[in-house]
Design a protein around this ligand. Structure first.
Ligand code: NCD
Length: 305
């Protein structure tokens, strides 16, 4: 795979996706049969996580260690030289001398590109502000394919903060390459998906609708929810206004729905009673994170099983 620095879901073309899915399946076998192998035992992975993270951080750590790699990491800005005013480019340039690949979660939109440009080693964007989250879109599409057997000919509903959810942005970009799709964005009027994202999806032939209410959902096959992105609201009152209003309960799920996903953490967007339904796939989705991230680490470092 030619990919060396993954900053955007735009880089995840259909052939790249197929290759990553194939290797992720192999990694699932590795985990089940061996637990840990030595494929990357001569490699050091640098994890630079300047925003809160649980799943992405832990699944990258698990992926690196299951492949035998060592890890160096920074978590949070508090104990680092960023506190002294060091620039992101300087820091990443230096860190790339300490490891063979950098995975970074960064607070501002566009930071991933700045960091990737400064890195002398392969780089993976693990979320840059409200912009993108390309590795999550791989976990999501891998899960949908596994659960429904296809990514094409489906109607997808996305809620409830398509404006600020980087997971929704990256997922829409990847999905829009598939055939015969409908996307429906459900959100308060103030949190509509970015116009540029809608335009890009429409240019690729996706049928796009926008609605205010869960009750207006139009026969979705897949419902993809993400919490209102509390930390990204410029106006706290707006978050408070909607936080309990947009919450999926079992009664609201249209009969067409075959799968419900959420990158998690779940906060208010899905009622706990939904968890017991067989179509609630979010905990299965989270488990796939390790296989996808093992695939990415090995492929970006040019290693195969
Ligand atoms: C997402 C993120 O960080 O953007 N979480 C994740 O990586 N699984 C979703 C979120 O925080 O809402």
């Amino acid at each position: 795979m030619a990919l060396e620095k993954l900053t955007s879901a735009r880089q995840l073309t259909l052939p790249v996706l197929e290759e990553i899915f194939h290797v992720a399946e192999q990694m699932r076998q590795v985990c089940q049969k061996h637990g840990r192998i030595t494929l990357l035992s001569d490699k050091m992975i640098g994890l630079v996580f300047l925003e809160p993270s649980s799943r992405t951080l832990l699944s990258f750590q698990s992926a690196a260690q299951r492949l035998g790699a060592g890890i160096v990491f920074i978590q949070g800005v508090g104990s680092t030289s960023f506190e002294k005013g060091e620039s992101l480019s300087d820091a990443i340039r230096v860190f790339s001398g300490y490891c063979d690949l950098i995975v970074a979660r960064l607070p501002k939109s566009g930071d991933a590109q700045i960091a990737a440009d400064a890195s002398d080693v392969p780089f993976i964007n693990a979320g840059d502000g409200g912009n993108e989250h390309p590795t999550q879109s791989l976990v999501d599409t891998f899960t949908i394919r596994e659960e429904l057997g296809t990514l094409s000919h489906l109607n997808y509903a996305f809620g409830f903060d398509p404006l600020q959810s980087r997971s929704i942005h990256s997922l829409c970009m990847v999905l829009s390459q598939f055939e015969d799709l409908g996307f429906e964005f459900v959100s308060p009027p103030e949190l509509r998906a970015p116009k540029s994202l809608i335009q890009q999806c429409q240019e690729r032939g996706v049928r796009v609708r926008e609605s205010d209410r869960i009750a207006d959902l139009h026969s979705p096959d897949v419902i993809y929810l993400n919490r209102l992105q509390e930390e990204r609201f410029p106006d706290r009152a707006l978050f408070e206004k909607y936080r309990y209003e947009y919450r999926l309960t079992p009664e609201q799920i249209p009969t067409s729905a075959r799968l419900i996903l959420d990158p998690l953490p779940r906060v208010d967007e899905i009622a706990l009673e939904v968890d017991a339904l067989p179509i609630a796939g979010y905990f299965r989705q989270a488990r796939n994170g390790v296989y996808i991230r093992m695939a990415l680490l090995s492929m970006l470092l040019g290693r195969s099983l």
